[in-house]
Design a protein around this ligand. Sequence first.
Ligand SMILES: [Zn+2]
Length: 474
Amino acid sequence: MSVLFRNGLVLTMDNHHTVLRDADVLVVDDKIAEIGTALTAPEGAVEIDATGGIVMPGMIDTHRHMWQTAMRGYGADWTLTQYFVWYYLESGKRFRPEDVYAGNLLGAIEALDAGVTTTVDWSHGLQTIDHADAAVDALEAVPGRFVLAYGNIQQGPWQWSAAPEFRDFVNRRLHGKGDMLGFQMAFDVTGDPAFPEKAAFEVARELGAPVTTHAGVWGATNDDGIRLMHENGFMTPQSIYVHAATLTRDSYNRIAATGGSVSVSTESEQSAGQGYPPTWQLRHHDIPVSLSMDTSVWWSGDLFSAMRSTLGADRSREHMEAHRNAETVTHCHLRAEQVVDWATMGGARALGLDSVVGSLEPGKKADIVLIKNDHSPVMFPVLHPYGHVAFQAQRGDVDTVVVNGRIVKRGGRLVDVDLAAARAAIGRTVDYLVGDMGEEAWAKGMNPDVPETKVTDNPYTYTDYDAGSAQWKH
Ligand SMILES: [Zn+2]
């Protein structure tokens, strides 16, 4: 099977960030065979006209709680407090294996649709091995590249990682899956001086599983967790620190010195309150970055919005810091090109897949996205290709997606994906959750109280509009 992208603007994301105009990309079987101009199509090749479009590597999301996709948008007005209460304390344990399956299935489909060809399923709802089997069943039902980051918020990591059935599961479902289904262990380090998480780190080391951990989360994890990991020798180049927003320079130094990377979820950090999106700090410590969406309980799972919000947050902070010193930023440090790199090679490096995916180079696995939309007034002119990807394009402009040489989206439509089955599974989960919680608790969970807004005294009188109640006074 061969696929030939014809005549596109190709962002290779190779080490030189080579950009080719009017170029072709040839895929043979599961690999990129050739990139150049006027390539000869092998017999039977599927030719895709990329004229006017941008051909780039499939994007990589290094932290997404896919099981939560069944609750899409439910937490739109949540902070981290409501998220913790709902998932960790009150309702997370309601999820049955079939609910994890439904969320993972929809999350996996959603990722492909948005051109995210590799997704880390930060799966911390695995209360039983049946839940874990359901999670993997869903990932294997969708033709994307995934990493199962195994976790369970209902137990300490030293508990679930010690269970013989956990090891059995890893052997049975995750070993030998190659680069289509990877394995990490997902747990947080609370900072308890007794460091009970040590046992889980030892299991991870024994199993060769990288650890991904929510670090530097305001009110939850802090410098103590980083220090304990460091002092006990568990910070490695494979470690992924999610958010890493509320940390001091000492922790960033420890991360930089041990070669790990940070998964930045800008939209999450902005709304939920883990801390200010940290790229403006990470740049100063030369810490590698990848991007992530965290959970569709707030926002949709695509990396266009992650790139856009990350650029905005970084620049916003840079301006604000300068204004505080009565200075003006005349040149932005963070460039669109950099966030496109973070969304592709940054993720590949973080996952140790940089020799496999993340860039368009002959010999690499063919994970490719064509951004093209002839019906959109936003798809021309394409003057600044990286800026176009980060600030102009969106999910609806993803025309074609190839994963491991297989076309999974074409002409803006998913291929061989049973969206109706996913819709039905999600419907059953939502019906079950509403029934189990009761209508009132369901509605209350979605609508947290709004704190009162104190309107500043104003010596001027001009309008009769009361901003506090958002109403006209008469
Ligand atoms: Zn998370």
